[in-house]
Write a protein that binds this ligand. Structure first.
Ligand code: DGL
Length: 265
């Protein structure tokens, strides 16, 4: 079975999951991380459930071949399919939707704004998990059709990003006076500064930290933590490695030791 030295897998449709890697490196510095970002097929948020499932299975098979001991699904869109994906994998899957919905409940928020992909919002996955624990929490959601793709391009067109943020968050604020905004797409914390500049009054929630804590708890519980002092980060993508190198730098990641383009079949 799995050994302590086996790597952790992290996957996303693109660069967004690197926001989770940032928290994993902080909380679990000894772990080796294998990251897969499927930028050739990003955005997932405008696709059908069956397409997202099939594309994700390709990434999971790739990570399985790397002998990962668990996989953090660092993508809200994919995490809405966690129950369908789990029986397909020999290792545990940690869903960012579950971690961040539970965080909203723990923080006892009575109202929260939520910006995500259109797919994530349509599934109602956040509403279901939060309301199962706190039926009184008001969740004011808006799916952004373009923001994840704008970020995944890697050129950080400020005018286009600010316009997309403003249009979507204005819709949320027109519905209710929210004070907290859950960034329920892992791409969005990469442009947290843009959110702050456009809406300085809002407290942003980046669920990456909660997911990293769940990974840590799982490894401690299964006695699978890696005792080494400093782990490595290896990035694989179906897109352009240069974008991953640039975003890793922007987020202040340690590494990557390697960043390779691969085609998945
Ligand atoms: N990063 C992904 C998420 O958290 C989605 C981006 C996409 O649409 O592919 O939902």
């Amino acid at each position: 079975m799995y050994q302590n030295a086996n790597p952790i897998g992290v996957l996303d449709s693109g660069v967004g999951g690197l926001t989770v890697v940032r928290q994993l490196q902080r909380l679990l510095p000894g772990e080796d991380i294998i990251y897969f970002g499927d930028s050739a097929n990003c955005p997932y948020g405008n696709r059908s459930e069956d397409e997202i499932f099939a594309l994700t299975m390709n990434m999971l098979r790739f990570l399985e071949a790397k002998q990962v001991k668990c996989v953090a699904i660092a993508c809200n869109t994919i995490s809405t399919l966690a129950e369908r994906l789990r029986p397909e994998c020999p290792f545990p899957l940690i869903s960012i939707v579950e971690c961040s919905a539970d965080y909203v409940v723990q923080e006892k928020l009575s109202r929260v704004g939520l910006i995500a992909t259109e797919f994530t919002v349509k599934t109602g996955a956040y509403d279901a998990r939060i309301h199962a624990q706190n039926p009184d929490c008001e969740i004011v959601s808006k799916g952004s059709p373009n923001l994840a793709a704008l970020i995944d391009r890697g050129d950080f067109n400020q005018a286009a990003i600010n316009e997309e943020i403003t249009q979507n968050v204005d819709v949320i604020l027109a519905k209710a006076p929210v004070e907290h905004l859950l960034l329920a797409c892992t791409h969005f914390p990469i442009v947290a500064d843009n959110f702050h500049a456009c809406f300085p009054q809002l407290t942003l929630i980046d669920p990456a930290e909660q997911q990293a804590e769940s990974v840590k708890n799982l490894l401690v519980y299964r006695q699978l933590s890696n005792p080494q002092t400093r782990g490595s980060l290896s990035i694989f993508t179906s897109g352009e490695p240069e974008v991953y190198e640039a975003v890793s730098k922007r987020l202040g990641l340690y590494g990557p030791a390697s960043c390779d383009a691969v085609a998945l079949t």
